[in-house]
Design a binder for this molecule. Structure first.
Ligand code: MG
Length: 375
């Protein structure tokens, strides 16, 4: 562990967002926090490794009063017309012997990467994270395409870490350098490399922001269980999953008594953490007398969808001794598949219990629901 090196942490947030169509990416929000804040919070967690202050370099004409409640002090510094000049303002405002310069637009650098750099830097040598080039390279000059050998080529990331006063000298001498390491090398200093991180990519164009936001999303999955029973009586229609079944007996109930659709609805509501259909569509409410249960299902779908849930799959078992239902299976599955992928099995009750005696039908259903949440 580093016991003697103290670091100033300079966040380069002075860009004008030209490659983002003019929106300053350093102030764009990722999971509710501006991009620069991701790096600043990363830095403040490195106090134990010698990071003592944060300098946030913002565009020259911008003003910012950031809410900052951490132990490591954060100061805002105005940048210049070029990246190098902005960084130079940050370096000059800094107080400690060593400096880490980090792009505000790299929110995913890990503390481990910072620690590798802290170990590598010394009075004579700077340190940068690098990654081998993985794509094949071409050079295009005056419309002519030629091959570039990628062996030995690396991309450079930030944070880049240096002894501060020597870096000030180097950047002052080479103000058009694309990064601090370029000015450092052109000044004839030693540069060390540590292994970079693929996830430490730079949010440069709008697509990068789309990727960064996608990384902040997480899919959660829940299952819900539903069960229902209705008495089987003469002179009632038999409706299952919205499909009319030819039968001398039908199910008794306040609505159309579609036992299958009722169990399915309860399983969906259960997965979404909502109360059952009896609560949502009370039997005391005249609106639901003789109701078409598939219309109620449509209502249930609207309700769970409005809470962000997607019904990914429903599996059901219908238990009935009479009538024979197998020939209706495909039609019922098609009817339910208008709403979600659906599977159905029929069970006779082996002449046991009330459904086995033909007095009732029961149905069990299990639903799988998914939802995308922002971390
Ligand atoms: Mg029911």
């Amino acid at each position: 562990m580093n016991l003697i090196k103290n670091f100033s942490f300079v966040i380069a947030a002075g860009g004008h967002g030209l490659r983002m169509g003019g929106s300053k990416k350093q102030f764009m929000k990722l999971s509710g926090r501006e991009l620069w804040r991701w790096s600043a919070e990363n830095a403040q967690s490195l106090y134990g490794f010698g990071v003592r202050e944060i300098l946030l370099v913002i565009p020259e004409n911008e003003s910012l009063d950031p809410e900052w409640h951490y132990d490591i002090p954060l100061r805002v510094v105005n940048g210049g017309s070029e990246r190098a000049l902005s960084v130079l303002n940050g370096l000059n405002a800094a107080s400690f012997d060593y400096v880490m310069v980090h792009d505000a637009a790299r929110p995913f650098a890990t503390p481990e990467l910072f620690r590798r750099l802290i170990d590598a830097v010394n009075d004579e040598a700077g340190a940068v994270p690098v990654l081998p080039v993985s794509d094949a390279l071409k050079k295009i000059e005056n419309g002519e395409v030629s091959h570039v050998e990628r062996n030995g080529l690396y991309i450079t990331q930030t944070p880049q870490v240096f002894p501060r006063l020597k870096l000030i000298e180097a950047v002052s001498k080479f103000p058009s350098a694309k990064d601090e390491a370029e000015a450092w090398l052109k000044s004839g200093h030693e540069l060390r490399s540590v292994e970079g991180e693929r996830m430490n990519f730079k949010v440069t164009v709008n697509d990068d922001m789309t990727i960064a936001r996608a990384l902040m999303e997480k899919q959660i999955t829940r299952t819900g269980l539903g069960w229902d029973i209705h008495r089987l009586v003469p002179e009632r229609r038999l409706i299952l999953g919205g499909v009319k079944i030819e039968s001398p007996l039908g199910l008794l109930g306040h609505s159309d008594a579609d036992v299958l659709t009722h169990a399915v609805m309860d399983s969906i509501l259960g997965g979404a953490g909502l109360p059952d259909i009896g609560t949502i569509f009370p039997a005391s409410d005249e609106r639901f007398k003789g109701a078409d249960s598939v219309e109620l299902l449509r209502e249930v779908m609207r309700l769970v969808n409005s809470e962000g849930w997607n019904v990914e799959f429903v599996d059901a078992v219908l238990t009935a001794q009479v009538p024979r239902l197998n020939k209706y299976r495909d039609e019922i599955i098609r009817s339910m598949a208008r709403f979600f992928p659906f599977n159905l099995k029929f069970k006779s009750a082996e002449n046991l219990d009330d459904s086995g005696k033909g007095l009732c039908m029961t149905c069990r259903a299990v639903s799988t629901l998914g939802k995308v949440i922002k971390l």
